[in-house]
Design a protein around this ligand. Structure first.
Ligand code: PA5
Length: 417
């Protein structure tokens, strides 16, 4: 189960945090029950609504077909239609599994040409994931990938097309008209909250990830967080800490870890908080730190620059790999490392960083048991619920994103839509 600790928080701030926890129990209780006013966006609150046995079995069937007939699967999607699956796949994929290729997340011709070139000579399926199928990136990639499929399979290409769209959407109509496989995108969940549904789970299953474990992790977290009282509700405590720091001028949250396997998870987490919380002139700006590498770049600013960042470390309890540094005959002045495991060296770097950073600003530590499918499920549900609560405490709508329309209106006008 996920645990939460904090460091570098003065006694006075701790008292204020306890007050925030007391003052906002109604926010927690409403979220645990699921608020009527957000009924259109809370389909993720009960994992079984979109990831029960029947959904999981159907996903596994489609994934088995993909894995039997192709060596590559193209995930066409952007933002919430891409980030969750990519987090897990890129962290846990094993050699020899179906290759997952990403499209629909860029308009760069260079990137798209490279993506198409990487499919040359391969058998592949595509899955176009889009909530209302108006987004430019997936729509345009879907076109060029249908063409690539037709080139490879001729009139049989339709068997290789899957679309994940909402019921009644134009994407469903396209599937009906052209014989593509249609999977349902939950109508009552916004993209960034769809990890545990057809949206996130099909690409994961195609990559050989045990999606039952992802769902089990999410469900376990849900059962705990929807019943746990304020004082030991880790998501609520974290949400209250974020708001405490924000009120004291730490307006940027850096999610850091010493495990590069989290690289794509950072994208998911950044989107979740930025799109959910950044509105009405409010919000904590989410950034991420991949350590130890970025300690050699942004580390300087974090320690010595303007004091506006607080940090949340993602920590993994179980040791998953080992690599010991052997004695060496070259006098390289690194003998102090002889016999040490990189696991312990990395841990020493983490502990030193936590100590150093928490002398300057507050640091949270979120610890998961292991870096595996189950714990990714826990992380998705934990952060989604924490984000919902944090927005509640801050007083913003967690589920809309009116700000992203501003550039789209101008872009569509320029493109003559
Ligand atoms: O969270 C959201 O709703 C958005 O970030 C969407 O996921 C993103 O814009 C993609 O939208 P769509 O699936 O409609 O293409």
């Amino acid at each position: 189960m996920i645990t939460l600790e904090y460091k570098g928080v003065s006694e006075t701030l701790q008292q204020e945090w306890l007050q925030i926890l007391r003052d906002n129990t109604d926010v927690l209780e409403r979220a645990q029950a699921g608020e009527q006013k957000y009924a259109d966006s809370l389909g993720w609150l009960d994992t079984d609504e979109w990831a029960d046995e029947a959904y999981v079995r159907r996903i596994e069937e489609i994934a088995a077909e993909v894995r039997a007939n192709a060596s590559a699967f193209v995930l066409i999607g952007v933002g919430g239609s891409n980030n969750a699956a990519r987090s897990v796949i890129e962290a846990l994929r094993k050699d020899g599994e179906t290759e997952i290729i990403y499209a629909g997340n860029t308009l760069s011709p260079n990137a798209l040409n490279r993506m198409l070139a990487s499919l040359e000579g391969k058998d592949f399926y595509i899955d176009c994931i889009a909530k209302n199928f108006e987004t430019l990136e997936p729509g345009s990639s879907f076109r060029i990938l249908r063409r690539a499929l037709k080139k490879r399979y001729g009139s049989d290409y339709a068997k290789h097309v899957i679309c994940t769209g909402t019921k009644g959407s134009s994407l469903e109509a396209i599937c009906d008209a052209h014989g593509y496989t249609f999977l349902e995108f939950p109508l009552n969940i916004g993209g960034r909250y769809t990890a545990i549904s057809n949206v996130g789970l099909l690409p994961m299953a195609c990559a050989g990830i045990d999606i039952r474990e992802v769902v089990r992790g999410a469900r376990t977290m849900q059962e705990f967080l929807r019943t746990a009282p304020a004082e030991n509700n880790t998501a609520y405590c974290y949400a209250a800490l974020r708001n405490l720091y924000y009120r004291h001028g730490w307006k940027i949250e850096m999610l850091s870890s010493f495990e590069p396997q989290f690289r794509n998870f950072y994208y998911w987490w950044t989107q979740l908080f930025a799109e959910s919380e950044g509105k009405d002139g409010k919000g904590i700006f989410p950034v991420t730190g991949e350590f130890t590498e970025q300690l050699h770049s942004i580390g300087q600013y974090i320690q010595d620059g303007e004091n506006m960042i607080f940090e949340t470390f993602l920590n993994v309890e179980a040791q998953q790999d080992t690599l010991v540094i052997e004695k060496d005959e070259v006098e390289d002045f690194f003998d102090y490392l002889t016999g040490k495991d990189f696991y312990d060296i990395n841990k020493a770097a983490y502990e030193a960083t936590l100590q150093a950073h928490s002398t300057k600003f507050p640091c949270n530590v979120i610890t998961i048991g292991a870096l595996d499918a189950y714990h990714f499920g826990e992380l998705f549900w934990f952060f989604q619920f924490a984000c919902y609560l944090s927005c509640g405490i801050m007083g913003v709508d967690p589920f809309d994103q009116p700000g992203v329309e501003a550039y789209k209106v101008r872009m569509f006008e320029a493109l003559g839509k």
